[in-house]
Ligand binder design. Structure first.
Ligand code: SAM
Length: 184
């Protein structure tokens, strides 16, 4: 069985957007307790690396790193484990909440933006990015950044996500590595 109810959210996102393909290299940010990691392996990803601050029981077919994804050297470590750039980066991360709605919204968007910056460092051309965000305004800026870097950007609230929560997911596909402007 799945280790988390969250597993159904990734299943629903994948059924709708066909994100996971056999042979893919995938990074799962905020993997504990491992539900999304299980789904990624089950749906045929070839190499899956999960990262979490918390320990995760081993998931057969995946590698788990216990630590903060923003720690120095994490991008290099992941690229080495994957044997190249990632085809898909998924993030179900959530920060600790304060109970103050505006602060919490800002924090989750901040975390999602950090995840996106990280994805820019490790994604292969054509890759995909999925991240949890919360409805509330600040996600608009992030959508603009996404639209510049990916061919297609959508957002979705999977049925398994509680209706009374503002949680939703951004789904971006077709990563276009940004060309550096030539200094003249
Ligand atoms: N998708 C998971 C599943 O299906 O089992 C559930 C993920 S849970 C909602 C969010 C996780 O994000 C928590 O376990 C938390 O420790 C992790 N997290 C939050 N900030 C993090 C960070 N900076 N680095 C790594 N993990 C982080």
């Amino acid at each position: 069985g799945w280790r988390s109810r969250a597993a159904f959210k990734l299943i629903e996102l994948d059924d709708r957007f066909h994100l996971i393909r056999p042979g893919m290299k995938v990074v799962d940010l905020g993997a504990a307790p491992g539900g999304w990691t299980q789904v990624l392996v089950k749906r045929g990803a070839a190499r899956v690396v999960g990262v979490d601050l918390l320990p995760v029981e081993p998931v057969p077919g995946a590698t788990i790193i216990e630590g903060d994804f923003t720690a120095p050297g994490m991008a290099e470590q992941l690229t080495t484990l994957l044997g190249g750039g990632a085809d898909l980066v998924v993030s179900d991360m959530a920060p600790n909440t304060t109970g103050h709605a505006a602060t919490d919204h800002q924090r989750i968007i901040g975390l999602a933006e950090e995840a996106l910056d990280f994805a820019f460092d490790i994604l292969a051309e054509g890759g995909g990015f999925v991240a949890k965000v919360f409805q509330g305004g600040a996600e608009k800026t992030m959508l603009n950044t996404l639209k510049q870097a990916f061919a297609q950007v959508r957002h979705a609230k999977p049925p398994a996500s509680r209706k009374d929560s503002a949680e939703l997911y951004v789904v971006a596909t077709g990563f276009r590595p940004q060309k550096l402007a030539l200094a003249t």
